[in-house]
Design a protein around this ligand. Structure first.
Ligand SMILES: [Zn+2]
Length: 79
């Protein structure tokens, strides 16, 4: 598996997400973001707002996804 942190995925903390695929990690990161949103965590709310603003740009989502996936692919495989 591979690991990425909340920070690396545009979040606001050092929580780590593990997965065999980027999709798996992205899903975990999303669930974590929802959890932080529910608890009203300030830094995560700011990060989400920034993400929302960024997504106003055409193709921003695709670019973001491709960029993060590249980081994922450059990571060594962990047991
Ligand atoms: Zn986080």
């Amino acid at each position: 598996m591979k690991k990425m942190t909340c920070h690396e995925l545009g979040g606001a903390c050092d929580a780590e997400f593990e997965g065999e695929t980027f999709e798996e990690i992205a899903a975990k990161s999303k669930a974590h973001g929802m959890e932080m949103f529910k608890t009203g965590d300030g830094p995560h709310l700011d990060a989400m707002q920034k993400m929302k603003d960024l997504m106003q740009t055409p193709n921003a989502m695709e670019n973001w996804y491709a960029e993060k996936k590249k980081i994922f692919e450059s990571r060594p495989h962990l047991d």
